[in-house]
Design a protein around this ligand. Structure first.
Ligand SMILES: C[S@@+](CC[C@H](N)C(=O)[O-])C[C@H]1O[C@@H](n2cnc3c(N)ncnc32)[C@H](O)[C@@H]1O
Length: 381
């Protein structure tokens, strides 16, 4: 859906990525508008290096493009949306520097705008990474919806950068004002986290998982993933396996350890996730050929080239978009699999993935189930 956001810098046409005609969700929210209004009303000087962290679909950098900001994001989809939104609004590709959370941050930051991320851990990691570039005169303003800004959020700004206060709420959004104190002693960055897996999870029993900030279940093994690890397929010997939505890469690493001849492709739309998967794979000295790719599901994977896809689809964010993501992942798997190839999916029982699989593949079998989870298998005919 294309839509128009009115900003103090003019109107911007914005869309999410990938564009989905059934998805009526806008590519910005009241917290983006509040921040932009504040910057204009208070005539905040947008000179020097302007850095925007966590801009969801690029609304902020598209509005502020004339100030040549840098954007830092963990989301490949967010970065693609930004590219498309800049082009849509006639902004040349050089005007905004597109950085990921894994790139070295700018050396000096004069204006730091933070769209508060859903993950507090990601905020902690990002503020700690950016803090050395912040100086006593850096303008730091955060923004988010009221329900996303907690005392713990403010404490992070305070602990890492300096004294912090919030604005009044407007349209359920709130701003965060932080005055950097270069003399304050910053805590060490605890990320990435490592944890040891339990002894009952097959080939990865007792192994270590590496998690960069913000990845799914970064500080403990998800109970669904644990259940899946206990029921993984023996695997096509020497086959091509995809860990789709790999997170920390524990599923693909288990397959690689079980079959040294397997070729495993790890895919996620989060830069932090793919970096974690690579680190987990390396940490465990997993044999065989592995590839690590940031992207949207299986797009770019040739049709009929894959023997096995493992998938624990995302289910946390907005229901409409997550259903769509699972559907797109299943459809992508059907296209990427060779005839006879298999998609194995774990999900909460109530999500009803078997209905979607049956519709797409014409079959779906329960491999294992407990009161909460079900592992399903669909075969490409
Ligand atoms: C429920 S987590 C599963 C992580 C890991 N496989 C596990 O079982 O612990 C779902 C993962 O899908 C990723 N994801 C969401 N949308 C995606 C997309 N369009 N393409 C690829 N990965 C995506 C998320 O970043 C997240 O890491």
């Amino acid at each position: 859906m294309n839509d128009r956001m009115t900003t103090p810098w003019g109107e911007r046409v914005l869309a999410r990525f990938p564009e989905d005609p059934r998805d009526r969700l806008r590519a910005w929210d009241a917290s983006d508008e509040y921040l932009l209004r504040h910057l204009a009303d208070r005539q905040v000087p947008l000179s020097g290096t302007v850095v925007v962290v966590g801009d969801r679909w690029g609304a902020l950098v598209t509005a502020l493009a004339e100030h040549r900001p840098a954007q830092i994001t963990d989301s490949w989809l967010g970065q693609e949306a930004t590219r498309a939104n800049l082009a849509r609004n006639g902004v040349g590709p050089g005007a905004v520097r597109l950085l990921t959370t894994q790139d070295p941050p700018p050396e000096r930051i004069d204006v730091l705008l933070v769209r508060v991320p859903k993950s507090l851990a990601l905020l902690e990691d990002q503020l700690l990474r950016l803090a050395p570039a912040v100086h006593g005169d850096t303008v730091v303003v955060g923004t988010g919806m009221v329900k996303e800004i907690h005392t713990s959020t403010l404490n992070l700004f305070e602990r890492i950068l300096g004294p912090t206060r919030t604005s009044l709420a407007e349209k359920k959004a709130r701003l965060v004002f932080c005055t950097p104190n270069p003399a304050s002693v910053r805590p060490d960055n605890p990320w990435p986290y490592r944890y040891t897996l339990p002894g009952d999870v097959g080939p990865v029993s007792g192994r270590t998982v590496v998690n960069h900030a913000g990845v799914f279940c970064a500080d403990r093994l998800d109970i669904g993933t644990r259940f899946f690890l206990k029921h993984l397929p023996a695997g096509p010997e020497g086959g091509r396996v995809v860990d789709l939505g790999c997170g920390n890469g524990v599923l693909g690493t288990a397959m690689a350890l079980a079959d040294p001849r397997a070729e495993v492709l790890f895919v996620d739309e989060s830069f932090q996730a793919v970096a974690s998967a690579e680190a987990t794979h390396r940490e465990n000295g997993a044999p065989g050929h592995a590839e690590f790719r940031v992207g949207d599901g299986l797009s770019g994977v040739p049709a009929g080239s894959v023997d096995l896809v493992l998938n624990n689809p995302p289910f946390h964010s907005h229901q409409a978009t997550t259903d769509a993501t699972a559907r797109r992942m299943f459809a992508g798997a059907r296209r990427a699999l060779r005839p006879g190839g298999e998609l194995w999916v774990i999900g909460n029982r109530h999500l009803g993935y078997h209905v979607q699989l049956r519709r797409l593949f014409g079959n779906s079998r329960v491999v294992a189930s407990d009161p909460k989870f079900v592992v399903l298998r669909a075969v490409r005919r």
